[in-house]
Design a protein around this ligand. Structure first.
Ligand code: FES
Length: 133
């Protein structure tokens, strides 16, 4: 059993870590690589992201993998964390879409809305065109 003092220390350390994340100056691109993601085609997506970052000569960009994101049916998923901005979640990715995200969102700063996940009335939607009709 932890003492109150120990719990307070843990809380402070966690807050410090969270604040470090807020101050982060690099962009992070995270690809879901759980089994479901891999089965849905996450490997070529990850590869395409890495190649495009390299090709465009982007600096201050980290490409990382993560495990379960909790949305199997939306895989492959790519999350973008830009400093000072909300996280953007891209769903049902493929290599071409991933390249477009790197060029338009990471390099040019414009979110590619049609690939993002939308939550409408508690339902997760990703069919951007259907939503607009
Ligand atoms: S197992 Fe598919 S997102 Fe967790």
């Amino acid at each position: 059993m932890k003492t109150l003092k120990e719990l307070e220390e843990i809380r402070q350390k966690t807050l410090d870590r969270v604040n470090q994340r807020k101050d982060r100056t690099t962009t992070r691109i995270v690809v879901g690589m759980a089994t479901c993601g891999i089965a849905a085609g996450a490997r070529p997506v990850l590869l395409a992201v890495m190649e495009e970052v390299e090709k465009l000569g982007l600096t201050d960009v980290t490409v990382a993998q993560t495990g379960c994101i909790g949305l199997c049916k939306m895989e492959p998923i790519v999350e973008v964390f830009k400093p000072g901005e909300e996280k953007v979640t891209y769903v049902k990715m493929d290599a071409d879409k991933a390249r477009r995200i790197v060029a338009e969102h990471i390099r040019d700063g414009k979110v590619v809305d049609e690939y993002t996940m939308h939550v409408v009335q508690g339902k997760i939607l990703n069919d951007y065109k259907a939503e607009k009709e």
